[in-house]
Design a binder for this molecule. Structure first.
Ligand SMILES: Nc1ncnc2c1ncn2[C@@H]1O[C@H](COP(=O)(O)OP(=O)(O)OP(=O)(O)O)[C@@H](O)[C@H]1O
Ligand SMILES: [Cu+]
Ligand SMILES: [Mg+2]
Length: 625
């Protein structure tokens, strides 16, 4: 077809002139023009009109008119039809190429996978292909090798480069018990790990899946664009007809010239740039953030992130590291810990882990307790040696009173940002355990950056108000809503939402409803699976500065979408009067071929503008130190 295009300008000079042109153009129309006609017809049947409608109407008008003109011995313009189709197709090829460049980056991540792994099978280490690795396999990783799948280190230690997954360039130290991520690169140590996730379940596979979905998702703004395109196309056709009529009947142009103006109008107005303005920007924006370890699940979330006025944070595991330690024990240490460890032995609460650790250090082991009841947001009750025992906060103490001295001590500890639980046994309060969790290194910087962006910051926690206030002061959060029962977190979010759209940042099981309720739910990658599923944005690195980056990237992407749309729309609209021959008095005439070139250029410039999103500067690019 392209060969046909090249000889076409000389077509009229070829033997048989006109007829050669007719045949060449017919070939182009049948081979390439058909797809536009089919697409136009399909959308016509759906009572829609799109860019293919305009291309089809424009080119086939030129084509059929030329046949008529040829038969009646008048000037023809076959080349217009063939050229326009070629330009549009060329434009589409370019567009596809650039789109591919935009989306390819994430899929390439999958190529980073190891090909095989050294696995312990039948008592021997053997090299097996990655696809044969199963959950529970023990895998050895030597210096410089890739970690095959996700798992937990069972032996040895090393530092690991996790940048391909988290975007964090500083290698992370890992020892026995730590989690490793498939496809990351081991530095100099040697270690064994037990596979916990293989195949499509690995973090990397899931990230790729998530990002692919995000990149092909739609942003709500696209609906408005489609509506505009829907009325735009019929208007263009009317303008084209008017152009023809005015030129032919009122301004005395020849039939050919009047026709040329009308066809140019249809071609230049083709809104294909309008159609790709949103998806291309979305693709680049979500792809770039994914490389930084920020997974934005779809265009809807990205758009919603733009109107956020408030950011609400969970405390434990979100603002703080989520690995609390026991700092003080009030009462008989041995006795208090003994009761506590029996109660917490099966609990998964971060407080339980701290207490179990402390007991282990003190050499106290759990015996057994019966009739456990874990009361959400309050604590645990059970029977130890047939006596009633409990651990928890004041809400659990409906039947008991703290004496004044203990109560004062409790408030004092809480003001030091320590979470205090009360331990009771045999109908008496026997002591207190204070547990402290440290804020993440980046928390204060992140809160400051959010405030600088004019956002309101709120902490929403199940913990006591003194502790919450102390930690909030430490990281600079303005408002605190404390003593919230796990089931009430979503309701509180709803209340705050009434004032302004908000983002909720959390990690726990009890955060899942709040994450879904918020306009934008931001889940910590280290959080529970259910939290990650509920969040619209997932922060792989657990770094709170990524909240800032996520909001900034969303904003930059959305602004780019708006810019693209404006540009695409203006481009088409300004082109119409020129194409209609309004400035022909000044010698400014847009032939259908040129209109085709400009139309293709507008799409290409929109794609290029989207690709530029990869280079846009962010305020918080450097990882926090
Ligand atoms: N297993 C437990 N042992 C002792 N106390 C508990 C336990 N579970 C809950 N509590 C008490 O209930 C309070 C609220 O717990 P909850 O899980 O709702 O919030 P949190 O994890 O402490 O804080 P955040 O909401 O910020 O994550 C705790 O601070 C603690 O006093
Ligand atoms: Cu177009
Ligand atoms: Mg929590």
């Amino acid at each position: 077809m392209f060969i046909g295009m090249i000889i076409m300008p000389f077509g009229y000079d070829l033997p048989g002139g006109m007829w050669t042109m007719f045949l060449l153009t017919t070939a182009v129309m049948v081979i390439s023009g058909r797809q536009f006609l089919q697409s136009a017809w399909a959308s016509f049947l759906n009572h829609h009109a799109n860019m293919d409608t305009l291309v089809a109407i424009g080119t086939f008008t030129a084509y059929f008119y030329s046949i008529y003109a040829m038969l009646t011995h008048q000037p023809v313009f076959y080349e217009s039809a063939a050229f326009v189709i070629t330009f549009v197709l060329l434009g589409q090829v370019f567009e596809e190429k650039m789109k591919h460049a935009a989306s390819g980056a994430v899929e390439k991540l999958m190529d980073l996978q190891a090909k095989d792994a050294l696995v312990l099978r039948d008592g021997k280490m053997m090299k097996i292909p990655l696809t044969k690795v199963e959950v529970g396999d023990l895998i050895r990783v030597k210096p410089g090798q890739k970690v095959a799948v996700d798992g937990i280190i069972t032996e040895g230690s090393s530092t690991i480069d996790e940048s391909m997954v988290t975007g964090e360039s500083i290698p992370v130290a890992k020892k026995t018990g730590d989690a490793v991520i498939g496809s990351t690169i081991n530095n100099t140590g040697t270690f064994m790990f037990k596979a916990s996730k293989v195949g499509n379940d690995t973090l990397l596979a899931q990230i790729v899946e998530l990002v692919k979905k995000a990149q092909t998702s739609h942003a709500p703004i696209q609906k408005t664009v489609d509506k505009i395109a829907d009325i735009f196309v019929p208007i263009v056709i009317i303008v084209a007809i008017l152009t023809f009529v005015v030129w032919y009947t009122l301004l005395g142009a020849s039939l050919v010239n009047a026709m040329l103006f009308a066809v140019s109008v249809i071609i230049i107005a083709c809104p294909c740039a309008l159609g790709i303005a949103t998806p291309t920007a979305l693709m680049v924006g979500t792809g770039r953030s994914a490389k930084m370890g920020i997974l934005i699940k779809n265009g809807e979330i990205l758009e919603a992130a733009n109107s956020i006025k408030t950011v609400v944070f969970d405390k434990t595991g979100t603002i703080t590291v989520g690995k609390p330690r026991v700092t003080d024990i009030i009462g008989d240490q041995q006795k208090v810990l003994e009761v506590a460890v029996n109660l917490e032995a099966t609990s998964e609460h971060p407080l339980a882990a701290a207490i179990l650790n402390k007991a282990k250090e003190a050499g106290i082991v759990a015996h057994e307790a019966q009739n456990f009841t874990a009361i959400e947001g309050k604590g645990i009750q059970a029977q130890i040696s047939n006596k009633k025992a409990f651990i928890g906060n004041q809400r659990l103490l409906t039947d008991y009173q703290l004496d004044d001295q203990t109560a004062a001590k409790m408030v004092q500890l809480q003001n030091e940002a320590k979470t205090v639980v009360i331990v009771g046994f045999d109908d008496k309060i026997i002591g207190l355990i204070a547990v402290q969790d440290t804020p993440k290194k980046s928390s204060a910087a992140a809160i400051a950056a959010l405030k600088k962006r004019g956002l309101r910051t709120v902490m929403l926690t199940g913990d006591n108000k003194h502790v919450a206030r102390a930690i909030a002061d430490h990281v600079g959060i303005d408002e605190v809503i404390a003593d919230v029962l796990p089931g009430d977190k979503a309701d509180k979010v709803k209340e705050l939402q009434q004032q302004a759209p908000l983002a909720f940042v959390g990690d726990g099981i009890n955060d899942a409803p709040a994450l879904t309720t918020a306009n934008v739910g931001i889940a910590m990658g280290s959080g529970t699976d259910i939290a990650i599923e509920s969040g619209g944005i997932v922060l792989v690195k657990n770094d709170l500065l990524d909240v800032v980056r996520a909001l900034e990237l969303s904003q930059k992407t959305f602004n780019r979408i708006k810019l693209n749309l404006f540009w695409a729309f203006i481009y088409n609209t300004l082109g119409i009067p020129v194409a209609a021959g309004l400035f022909s008095g000044l010698g400014l005439i847009l032939s259908p071929e040129l209109a085709g070139v400009f139309m293709a250029l507008s799409s290409i410039s929109v794609v290029a503008s989207s690709l530029l999103l990869n280079r846009v500067k962010l305020t918080h690019t450097a990882p926090a130190v």
